[in-house]
Write a protein that binds this ligand. Structure first.
Ligand code: C2O
Ligand code: CU
Length: 497
């Protein structure tokens, strides 16, 4: 991974004990008579009763840094950063009334959830944006259990960075027994010395390199210090990376976390490669963490993704004991009801991602004297000057611009095999809306296990062959979840229907 400028704030060493940020989990109404009150809104009440929530997107203040530092001006759902963790059960129907109290348009996208296209929250593609002062009601069935999240899909470079993101947990009908089921929302902020969000959104430097890498890491909206655990306790940690651009590689030093789900979907329980749980922006992992013997009663959780930039995210500190001996039985989740792949009759498409700084294609085109072909350079310079830094199959689609004609179209119900190639010098977590895919190959080799995902992290030069069923009709986004890359061209649409 590329070197970069990162200044981590020193952690607060005061003795005030770190407390988990408390989520406000507050169903507004869940009764049938109240559902009738929503009839003035755009969405017509469904015959089945939905659990109803309200999310207000509005400016707020948050104590991200703590330790006597000033509060940060943020944009938040229901006043908290991250937004409230919605926690529902598989098979339930949810209705979420989103009110926009921001000064700019917004929408909410339910990342990873399989929802009807009209509920997907992509402005100008699946719905009109929610104007300032406006409301939009989302309603859908929860088909899959797992760890998902929600965030705006309008001006997300700014809105997500300012704090609009929250976890969306769909519990299994029979959730596996653990002592605590916890969400860890990981975020990365670029703060000024006054602890305010730096206003340099989508600058050319960030957009053409690794994206907006910040200088302050928060866990559930706070710079974490210590996290209390009990000896022999079994935790289910739902890790969610909501950062604009930072990739995390978490190591639970001295412990043996077992990954049981990726991007919400059950995976055969396994230790991740090298013990590092790698999460690109948008990605999730569910981890079973059995607190075994910890030397000195303190286990650091370290993020070692960027070479030479390893830092301590948080220390797990043992206080008390949950039971005399650790639990033994392995937890295995049952599969989500995903449509079956029909690989024999699949249609095949290819997508190549290009552009950015140190474009390998341009590098290869160097003349023997080391110079660049002036023609090629002019083309690139013109594209970049227009803010089109990244390309998808040679094209740069801008978030607010036109050019939303689909990359390709699929028949509803068709199985698609998608060959992705990262022809850039940068890492890209590629997210596809509306479907869950499985990698058939990564860099020419079959993966070690079957994993279902909605976001595939491609390092420079990497390739992946994905397969999915295009079940739901509609226009579905495919984009890099490094938001500065998405904003400057790395997006497209897959049409189903
Ligand atoms: Cu989480 Cu289109 O994104
Ligand atoms: Cu990218």
């Amino acid at each position: 991974p590329p070197a970069e400028r990162v200044e981590l704030h020193p952690y607060n060493t005061k003795t005030n004990k770190y407390e988990m940020h408390k989520y406000i989990i507050d169903p507004v109404i869940a009764s049938a008579e109240n559902v009738a009150n929503y009839n003035d809104f755009a969405f017509i009440a469904h015959a089945r009763t939905a659990k109803t929530y309200r999310l207000d997107a509005a400016p707020a203040r948050a104590s991200l840094v703590g330790g006597g530092q000033p509060e940060t001006d943020v944009w938040a759902y229901n006043g908290t950063v991250p937004g409230p963790a919605l926690r529902l059960r598989q098979g339930e129907r949810v209705r979420i009334e989103v009110r926009n109290a921001l000064a700019q348009e917004t929408t909410v996208h339910w990342h990873g959830l399989r929802v009807p296209n009209a509920m997907d929250g992509v402005p100008h593609v699946t719905q009109p944006p929610i104007a300032p002062g406006g409301t939009f009601v989302y309603e859908f069935d929860l088909l899959d259990a797992g760890t998902f999240w929600y965030h705006p899909h309008a001006m997300s470079v700014e809105q997500i960075e300012r704090g609009l993101a929250g976890a969306f947990v769909v519990e299994e009908e029979n959730p596996p027994a653990v002592d605590r089921d916890l969400v860890w929302v990981l975020d990365d902020w670029r703060l000024t010395r006054e602890a305010q969000i730096a206003g340099d959104f989508v600058n050319f430097m960030d957009a053409s390199h690794a994206g907006r890498i910040g200088n302050t890491i928060t866990l559930n909206g706070r710079i974490p210090e210590a996290f209390a655990v009990k000896a022999h306790e079994r935790l289910r940690l739902r890790l969610v990376n909501v950062a604009n651009a930072r990739i995390f590689a978490l190591e639970f030093r001295g412990l043996a976390p077992l990954v049981i789900a990726l991007d919400g979907h059950p995976a055969p329980p396994h230790a991740s490669e090298g013990g590092r749980i790698v999460l690109g922006p948008g990605m999730r992992a569910d981890v079973i963490l059995d607190i075994g013997e910890i030397a000195g009663g303190r286990a650091p959780v370290v993020d070692s993704y960027y070479a030479q930039r390893t830092y301590n995210l948080v220390d797990l500190v043992v206080e008390g004991s949950a039971r005399p001996a650790p639990l033994k039985e392995t937890i295995r989740l049952s599969d989500n009801p995903l449509p079956a792949l029909d690989l024999k009759n699949a249609v095949r498409h290819a997508i190549e991602f290009g552009g950015g700084m140190m474009d390998p294609k341009l590098m290869r085109a160097r003349r023997p004297d080391g110079g660049m072909d002036p023609e090629a350079m002019r083309g690139v310079r013109e594209r970049m000057a227009a803010g089109r830094i990244w390309t998808v199959n040679g094209r740069a689609v801008m978030v607010l611009g036109h050019g939303h004609e689909p990359l390709f179209a699929l028949r509803p119900g068709a199985t698609c095999i998608l060959d992705l190639a990262n022809e850039t010098a940068w890492a890209h977590p590629i997210h596809l809306h509306g479907v869950v895919f499985r990698a058939l190959e990564r860099n020419g080799r079959a993966p070690a296990r079957i994993e279902w995902r909605d976001t595939e992290l491609l390092h420079p030069g990497e390739r992946a062959t994905l397969a999915f069923v295009a079940a739901e009709p509609g226009d579905w986004m495919l984009h890099c979840h490094v938001l500065e890359h998405q904003e400057t061209g790395m997006m497209g649409i897959v049409r189903v229907g």
